[in-house]
Design a protein around this ligand. Structure first.
Ligand code: GH3
Ligand code: MG
Ligand code: MG
Ligand code: MG
Length: 360
């Protein structure tokens, strides 16, 4: 839409005629700047305006003053203004351009000149509008991108935390699947897994393996006398004594089940395994846990069986365990709170075990 502001009816009709001839039909006419401003003040009108043709000499606000007024308002500042003036003296024109007038036409206006100026102004307006639209879209896209980035980085952080939590959980599960809940020692399952590995390695390197099995004496009676909860505490203390002994030493300790524990010692001589078992036996006795109804003592004790072999193809670590278990059975039979070795390799009595064995 083109706005035409001209106070002279004659001029207005002439201009309208020119515009129609040039196929500009969407024209809105005013006879004063005030009427124009009132029209523009209605919000929905301004976006429709493509060009303003304004006479310089008007009653009230002049064309130049109106241009200044419009250019100060962000809503109208991009509407091209062509001023129609009878006096084209340089000083007036300079003022007009300073005020924000985009172009001028000298009166009397010719159709050719009018159309040429209008075309270039309308082209400029279209380009300005297109650029503003692109800028607006760019701003919106940048904003969207920023929002998406923020969401993404939040999601990324959540994912990282989730991964960390999952890893922690999986470590906890792994530990739980390997540990005995009461004593914190390796459980039977992890014992089987680890000892199978130690056995395979010993078989490959043709090195010996020793095993110690121990079982608390009269533990049923202990539970009966002191209660199951205290029985648990007793198991924990015995397990701790085993852990303490093996801290910094080779030897894989596990709770085999109930009040029975097992230790696997790679590359260890039978005498050494026997001596270690005796030290463990003494340290359990020395815990001094009262056991009034023990079948062999007044404190908690344990019986031990040891066994030793160099793994052979076709055998399994269960053989070694069974031999150590048989020796344990013998220790129970022979009065408890003692160590027996499977087979005949060790014919040392407890009394003759010297404290100077090297534990290798
Ligand atoms: P022995 O000297 O021949 O080994 O006799 P014992 O009484 O120690 O052996 P027995 O096999 O008769 O009893 C073992 C007891 O150990 C029975 C069982 O209730 C108890 N026990 C097994 N596991 C646990 C446990 O986790 N906590 C407690 N408090 N007791 C347990
Ligand atoms: Mg006039
Ligand atoms: Mg027992
Ligand atoms: Mg038992």
């Amino acid at each position: 839409m083109i706005l035409l502001i001209e106070d002279s009816n004659v001029q207005r009709i002439k201009l309208r005629q020119c515009l129609h001839e040039a196929r500009y039909d969407d024209i809105c006419e005013f006879s004063s700047a005030e009427a124009l401003l009132a029209y523009l003040a209605i919000e929905e009108n301004a976006p429709l305006v493509e060009l303003i043709l304004i006479d310089h000499h008007l009653p009230g606000l002049s064309g130049m003053e109106t241009a200044r007024h419009l250019k100060l308002d962000p809503k109208f500042k991009d509407i091209p203004v062509i001023m129609l003036t009878a006096s084209a003296d340089p000083a007036t024109l300079e003022q007009a351009f300073e005020a924000g007038v985009n172009d001028y036409l000298s009166k009397p206006v010719t159709r050719i000149e009018l159309v040429a100026r209008m075309r270039s102004m309308l082209k400029l307006k279209q380009e300005t509008d297109a650029r503003k639209l692109r800028e607006r879209q760019l701003r919106q896209n940048t904003l969207k991108l920023k929002q998406m980035n923020a969401v993404l980085s939040k999601k990324e952080q959540q994912l990282l935390k989730l991964t960390k939590d999952l890893r922690k959980l999986s470590e906890t599960f792994k530990l739980q699947s390997q540990q005995d809940g009461l004593t914190g020692l390796a459980n039977r399952r992890y014992f089987d897994y680890t000892v199978a590995g130690l056995w395979a390695k010993a078989l490959q390197t043709k090195t010996p393996l020793s095993m110690i099995v121990l079982d608390i004496d009269g533990f049923k009676a202990y539970n009966d006398s002191y209660g199951h909860a205290q029985g648990d505490q007793c198991l924990t203390k015995v397990a701790q004594a085993l852990k303490d002994y093996f801290t910094g030493k080779k030897g894989f300790v596990a709770r085999y089940g109930g009040e029975e524990f097992v230790i696997c010692l790679p590359t260890t001589r039978p005498e050494t395994a026997y001596q270690i078992a005796n030290k463990l036996r003494a340290s359990i006795e020395n815990l001094g846990i009262p056991h009034e109804n023990s079948p062999c003592h007044k404190v908690v004790t344990a019986s031990f069986g040891t066994a030793h072999l160099v793994p052979q193809a076709g055998e399994s670590y269960e053989k070694l365990f069974q031999e150590a278990d048989s020796a344990l059975y013998l220790a129970k039979e022979r009065g408890r709170n003692r160590v027996e070795h499977f087979g005949t390799q060790i014919l040392v009595s407890q009394a003759s075990v010297s404290a100077n064995y090297s534990e290798t």
